[in-house]
Design a protein around this ligand. Structure first.
Ligand SMILES: [Zn+2]
Length: 270
């Protein structure tokens, strides 16, 4: 899954590769992932230029000409390539291509007119972008203070924080030394402050790692991760075995020693 650091990298690489390039054709091999909200065939993008590429939470927004948009929600397995590959959708620019790959076919590509983003599910419902200046400690404390959820679920709730995925949720909680099943209201002020610092630190570290690791556009960079997908490997901090558990339906990796279960601070009536 492309996570925020992957998307930051993609945004830069795709902007560089696509900006001011004229679209000469589009080939859709898998119509199931396309949502055409244009009211006319998607071939209208032909002859127009990519004018910009930007990220909005977990979405990549391709501005086409003055008033057309292609918005991609890659979900779990969506990826891009500018090499000639077999993909689900290919956009041609003379001899060059942009290909969308997705072996789970869960991602979606929306074609729409500018200012009709409200038709894209979850697009306008994104919470504070954790890379923006609006993501302050005060904002974070107020959001987490209002949540009745487990902290890992809260981190991944895009209506609050936009956007932390499965892999970085594990890395952030490891950095902060917080057990993934801890409820938000069990965290004290210092833990909330640590968690806020860990989000910024881990995401920034991820962005730099993705940037400096040579890789193809469609590949995900995960080698810098300390606990994610490292079941039964020694914790880099204490040497205990990294554990994998299912937390609310998600595969979760953590160190049982560095991230001890939080002692209950109130009576659980259940
Ligand atoms: Zn440990």
């Amino acid at each position: 899954m492309p996570e925020l650091p992957d998307l930051v990298y993609l945004e830069g690489a795709l902007k560089k590769g696509l900006k001011n390039r004229t679209i000469t054709g589009i080939e859709v091999k898998e119509p199931i992932i396309i949502r055409n909200l244009l009211g006319e065939p998607i071939e209208v993008i032909r002859g127009k230029e990519f004018s910009d590429v930007r990220r909005h939470g977990p979405f990549l927004v391709f501005e086409i000409g003055q008033d057309l948009r292609m918005i991609v929600h890659p979900m779990l397995a969506g990826a891009f390539s500018m090499e000639k590959k077999k993909g689900l959708v290919t956009i041609q620019m003379d001899e060059d291509v942009l290909t969308y790959l997705d072996n789970k076919k869960m991602g979606k590509i929306y074609f729409l007119k500018k200012d009709s983003e409200s038709q894209v599910p979850r697009y306008l419902e994104q919470g504070v972008d954790i890379r923006s200046t609006e993501f302050t400690l005060e904002k974070f404390v107020s959001l987490i203070g209002a949540s009745r959820r487990q902290v890992r679920a809260f981190l991944m709730e895009q209506e609050s924080l936009s956007a932390i995925g499965n892999a970085y949720a594990d890395e952030v909680l490891f950095d902060a030394g917080i057990h993934p099943k801890t409820f938000c209201y069990q965290l004290d002020a210092e833990q909330k402050q640590n968690l806020y610092a860990s989000i910024n630190k881990v995401i920034q570290f991820g962005i730099e790692a993705v940037q400096k690791t040579p890789h193809e556009l469609h590949e995900k960079v995960r080698g810098h991760m300390l606990v994610r997908n490292r079941k039964n490997e020694p914790c880099p901090r204490c040497g205990s075995m990294i554990r994998r558990e299912n937390v609310l339906g998600y595969d979760t990796f953590f160190c049982p020693r560095c991230q001890p279960a939080q002692r209950k601070t109130f009576i659980d009536w259940k």
